[in-house]
Design a binder for this molecule. Structure first.
Ligand SMILES: [Zn+2]
Length: 691
């Protein structure tokens, strides 16, 4: 059987499903059951977008490294979901517990990677693990679950959450293979799943089985079994859930575990298209704005040392948070279709997606941070989960807690799957940029291949080569990134006005012919942004009780970060390996920019792309910025100076993409000139410096 039969062919709708849903068969890639409020974009099956160029190099490194081999390295991944007792961290005697969550992360990510690379060996390897789950459900009595097909067993608490991760992996398997038995298993489990799946708390530390809503709605969209949708809607009618959403909308939010925050806050937005209740998506948007404002770091993902820890130069982000953030934004992008979500996905992927993985993808770390100057935390080691090794690179991330080494495998393929999406007028939308080829139906169901040739984001030019099987009319949508001041577009050499619509997309509607080409340029300019390091949230003080008392007092420590296009730039501290910084690396600088000059006086230095991409320190794009040396001695209590510093000797520092560094400075102290001339950071009022 062809493993990729579903790439061009949307799943065939059942008659009953169409009748029940009111039917929407006109749009390519519309599901058999479409919601009352249509999502802006229609997802293409995994495998429709295949990476090329530097992105393929990186994806293949994942396949040849952690993603392709994790089951050979630890029993959690060798034996999770086999229904047998295993000896692994957090495992219960029957093989449930942590390994169910962690190995489901890996199975889902590795399967996605196999599909996007069209790597049959990897897909077969993961199917050999997922098919027994499907077969177990198929053989079981009604009322079963994915967890060992026990009769009458209803997972709750952690097991309910782990169950949702297997549901997500099986949805991926169905989308990529079109295998009806997989869909039947999903329907069998979710048509009889408990309606009370758990709460939707954002401020706590408990994972929720309510995340099963995600695979349930996907399953319903393919099968139309009303029992599944009813269970989802009833879950959201629980009094505690409704009250929680009211609190989010009113801005009454408290920082909790960041993975849980990202996973849970998207759920009302997922339900909104089916309920047509706008208060649900508004609750999600309110929660997101709050997280963004209070905890998001310059690489585009919130801090999460398990629990949210505010904004700070050495605050950390768990790698699971990167995965969860991309999952959240990809759903919001599908539903709302606005470029902001594309901008945010690129920001997180190109920066926070790369930094926690070694250049050869053989090791990774549990925590990354904007600034990393030594092999270890600053200065006290995080003694809680996962323990002191959390910021070191290791084949298993952190060997005592294996969530991140499972979740990291979802980052690359989840981004690739969403680089192109279908539109309701049977067009195709370039939603995220990078080298790839999309093969999909467009117009009147004509197979079309669009090849994206580019070094983006390391270059600013993109060429789309359009190859329809026959001449076909359809609209091509191009996202104009929000940071781009003056996009340039030509179609077969003729300029096309780059005027975006309300969602930030340019629409090019024409009859496309083999050999048509769209040339795009998104000029990138260096930009400095100023902000404040803030205090640790008092709500999480018990968890962070190992930190000095000062960091819980209100603080406004000025910093600046530098970006160019979607890339965050950092001063690299050279390394000999991901855990060993060079002894002579210099990093004690304050940024000394002149916002009166074009691009604040920062210049761009471009060179050729390497033959094979591995996030090199010798990056093909670098920035040259002015700085001043000063005696900066960061401590945990005082990571950045209270105020702008004059510094002494002037220097020109060379910045490279954050994702190319393993040790770096990304949140810089500032000189008075940098600070005073930067708009939008507000007055310098530092409560920590007040008596
Ligand atoms: Zn993790």
């Amino acid at each position: 059987m062809c493993l990729f039969a579903a790439v061009l062919l949307p799943a065939a709708p059942g008659k009953d499903a169409i009748a029940e849903s009111g039917g929407s068969r006109t749009a390519n890639y519309a599901r058999p059951c479409e919601p009352a409020v249509h999502a802006a974009f229609l997802q293409l099956p995994p495998g429709a977008v295949e990476p090329a160029g530097w992105l393929r190099d990186w994806a293949e490194s994942a396949r040849d490294g952690i993603t392709g081999h994790l089951d050979e390295w630890h029993p959690t991944f060798a034996d999770g979901w086999k229904g047998t007792p295993i000896h692994a961290p957090g495992a219960k005697p029957d093989g449930t517990g942590w390994p169910l969550e962690q190995s489901a992360y890996w199975l889902d990510g590795a399967l996605r990677l196999g599909f996007v690379l069209h790597d049959e060996a990897l897909v077969r390897k993961i199917r050999a693990r997922l098919d027994p789950v499907v077969e177990g459900v198929t053989r079981a009595e009604p009322g079963t679950t994915f967890i060992y097909w026990r009769h009458g067993y209803k997972p709750d608490g952690f097991e309910g959450w782990a169950h949702s991760q297997m549901g997500r992996a099986l949805v991926t398997l169905y989308q990529g293979s079109g295998d009806r038995r997989v869909l039947d298993a999903l329907v069998k489990v979710y048509a009889d799943y408990p309606a009370g799946m758990g709460g939707i708390d954002l401020g706590g530390g408990d994972v929720s089985g309510l995340c099963n809503v995600d695979p349930m709605l996907e399953t319903y969209s393919y099968c139309g079994d009303r029992r599944i949708l009813d269970r989802v809607l009833r879950a959201f009618e629980q009094p505690g859930v409704a009250q929680a959403l009211e609190s989010w909308t009113a801005g009454r939010l408290s920082p909790g575990h960041t993975v849980i925050f990202y996973e849970n806050m998207r759920l009302p937005a997922l339900v909104y298209p089916w309920s047509a209740d706008p208060s649900q998506i508004n609750a999600t948007l309110s929660a997101f704005r709050w997280l963004d404002e209070n905890h998001t770091l310059p690489y585009g993902v919130a801090s999460g040392e398990e629990f949210a820890s505010g904004i700070g130069a050495f605050r950390k982000t768990e790698t699971c948070d990167v995965t969860a953030m991309l999952l959240f934004t990809s759903w919001m992008y599908r539903i709302q279709g606005s470029r902001e979500w594309g901008d945010r996905m690129e920001r997180a992927f190109f920066n926070a997606g790369a930094a926690p993985v070694a250049r050869d993808f053989q090791t990774m770390c549990y925590y990354q941070s904007p600034n990393r100057i030594r092999d270890g935390s600053l200065p006290c080691e995080q003694p809680n989960c996962p323990g002191p090794e959390g910021i070191r690179f290791h084949r298993l991330g952190c060997p005592t807690v294996l969530c991140c080494v499972g979740a990291v495998n979802r980052i690359i393929p989840s981004f690739i799957i969403h680089m192109w999406m279908a539109t309701r007028d049977n067009g195709l939308a370039a939603t995220l940029y990078g080298p790839c080829t999309v093969s999909a139906l467009a117009g009147e169901r004509v197979p079309v291949k669009v090849t994206t040739a580019t070094d983006y984001p390391f270059g600013d030019r993109i060429r789309l080569g359009v190859e329809p099987r026959e001449n076909v009319a359809f609209p091509l949508y191009l996202r104009i990134p929000g940071w781009c001041r003056a996009a340039q577009i030509t179609v077969n050499g003729t300029p096309f006005a780059p005027v975006p619509d309300g969602r930030g997309f340019v629409r090019i509607a024409r009859v496309w012919t083999k050999g048509d080409a769209v040339e795009i340029r998104f000029p990138m300019h260096p930009e400095a942004a100023c902000g404040y390091e803030t205090e640790f949230p008092s709500a999480n003080r018990d968890y962070f009780n190992f930190e000095p008392a000062e960091v819980f007092r209100p603080r406004r420590l000025p910093y600046a970060s530098v970006s160019c296009g979607p890339l965050l730039f950092s001063l690299p501290i050279p390394d000999t390996d991901p855990n060993t910084p060079a002894k002579d690396g210099r990093w004690q600088y304050a940024l000394d920019l002149d916002p009166g000059k074009p691009d604040s006086g920062i210049t761009v230095d471009r060179g050729p792309m390497p033959a094979r991409w591995d996030w090199p320190l010798k990056s093909p794009v670098a920035l040259l910025a002015s700085a001043r040396t000063f005696d900066w001695q960061p401590t945990d209590a005082q990571a950045l100076p209270d105020r702008p510093v004059d510094g002494s000797a002037s220097a020109t520092i060379r910045l490279v993409p954050y994702g190319c560094t393993k040790f770096r400075i990304s949140m810089f102290p500032v000189t008075p000139g940098t600070w005073l001339r930067q708009p939008a950071h507000g007055p310098l009022e530092n409560p920590a410096a007040s008596p």
